[in-house]
Design a binder for this molecule. Structure first.
Ligand SMILES: [Zn+2]
Length: 259
């Protein structure tokens, strides 16, 4: 799982630095992105791992940094937030993310853009669903979209019930599709070049999961084990907690009258 290079360039304006924290939810590891050339942003400093932060430091290469931005407060993305802020500059993220981390910083408003120099901007897009505090970031004008944990590079992201919700996730996905991104650069997993079709496929997949839960309930499934087996089949134990929280989110979505 840790094979392959830690540092991958995605064109002239984006470099990904992958942390060595592979797992059921983190896939090959959290990706920290250094975005922009003249005045870059460090997005999601990741776990508190000095080797990882050293690799990020070498990509920053002594440049002044516009901000350390966060997609959300989960530890695999933000445990190094305070250390990164000391090293590179002010933390930016949703007000909820900063409050959850207990960190000083300048909250980013939805749709607020950070100038990166060279005519580039990084725009915050409020996208709850995986978690309530989640932001995605759009690199303008080139159209790369940093999707954090809302959409992963492969597989389906978890919905952390009750902080996340299916309703919010679907609305956020629709908002991302309307931005017409040129590609997706997720917090975990490979880049996605066919952004539009992939976002549509994620929506269809999620609705299919909801339908599977509804059908399993109709067939008499009641316990978490029964629902998990009906929806996910034979899932490794490492995935049970994430699956069960996401199934709870599906159940909450189905409880809305008329659905
Ligand atoms: Zn997360």
């Amino acid at each position: 799982m840790t094979s392959g290079p830690h540092v991958v360039r995605h064109g002239t304006n984006v470099t990904a630095v992958r942390a060595d924290n592979p797992g059921a939810l983190t896939l090959t590891g959290t990706q920290t992105y250094v975005i922009g050339r003249g005045l870059p942003v460090v997005l999601d400093p990741g776990p508190l791992d000095e080797a990882h932060l050293g690799r990020v430091e070498r990509v920053v290469a002594g440049r002044a940094v516009a901000a350390v931005c966060l997609t959300h407060a989960h530890a695999d993305h933000a445990a190094a937030a305070a250390v990164a802020a000391d090293r590179w500059g002010a933390l930016r993220g949703s007000a909820t993310t900063l409050a959850r981390l207990g960190q000083e910083g300048r909250p980013l408003a939805d749709d607020e853009a950070i100038p990166l120099g060279d005519g580039l901007r990084l725009r915050a897009v409020a996208t709850p669903g995986h978690s309530a505090d989640h932001l995605c970031y759009l690199l303008e004008p080139e159209g790369a979209l940093f999707t954090g944990d809302l959409v992963l590079g492969e597989g389906s992201s978890m919905i952390v019930h009750p902080d996340g919700s299916v309703e919010a996730w679907l609305a956020s996905l629709a908002r991302l599709a309307a931005l017409r991104p040129t590609r997706l650069l997720p917090g975990h997993g490979p880049p996605v070049e066919d952004a539009g079709p992939r976002l549509a496929a994620h929506r269809a997949h999620r609705l299919e999961r909801v339908a599977q839960v509804r059908d399993a309930l109709a067939a008499g499934a009641r316990t978490p084990e029964q629902l998990r087996a009906a929806v996910y089949g034979d899932l490794p134990a490492s995935h049970h907690e994430a699956a069960d929280l996401t199934i709870q989110a599906y159940l909450a979505y189905l409880e809305v009258p008329g659905r």
